[in-house]
Write a protein that binds this ligand. Structure first.
Ligand SMILES: [Fe+2]
Ligand SMILES: [Fe+2]
Length: 143
């Protein structure tokens, strides 16, 4: 694993923050827009994710500021759809990518001497893994 500078770590944390904000907006949008006979169940599921993602955004924004950076304010691009299955597939892809990014980020934080942040990423990885697993199970049952 190549070592990175603190400025590079801040830039990567800002990319993560933009994606957490995207997740908040995307889950909110999906919860409101989801149609069909599973609407009630999916609405509850999407709504339940929002608080977790917002909590992740808080951890990242606080840390970026503590490290002397400026927190990102623009979310990554939200993928809009009105197809329930596509909503689940989009969310699953995002969660899978996020788990991979946070596993890498935990090591990068440690290599920068940010041991507390590395431990925070353990919690984030656990949350995103749970989101990913739930989405996988929902899609499995969908077929
Ligand atoms: Fe998250
Ligand atoms: Fe998530």
């Amino acid at each position: 694993m190549a070592d990175i500078s603190r400025d590079q770590l801040i830039a990567l944390l800002n990319e993560d923050l933009a994606r957490e904000y995207q997740a908040v907006i995307q889950y909110r949008t999906y919860a409101s827009a989801v149609p069909g006979k599973y609407r009630q169940e999916l609405r509850e599921f999407f709504t339940a994710e929002i608080a977790d993602e917002l909590g992740h955004a808080q951890i990242l924004a606080d840390k970026i500021v503590a490290m002397g950076g400026k927190p990102e304010t623009v979310p990554a691009k939200v993928k809009y759809t009105e197809d329930p299955r596509e909503m689940l597939q989009n969310a699953l892809k995002d969660e899978e990518e996020t788990v991979d990014r946070y596993v890498a980020r935990r090591d990068q934080a440690e290599s920068c001497g940010e041991y507390g942040l590395a431990v925070d990423f353990d919690d984030l990885i656990a949350d995103e893994t749970r989101h990913r697993d739930e989405l996988r199970m929902m899609l499995k049952r969908w077929d």
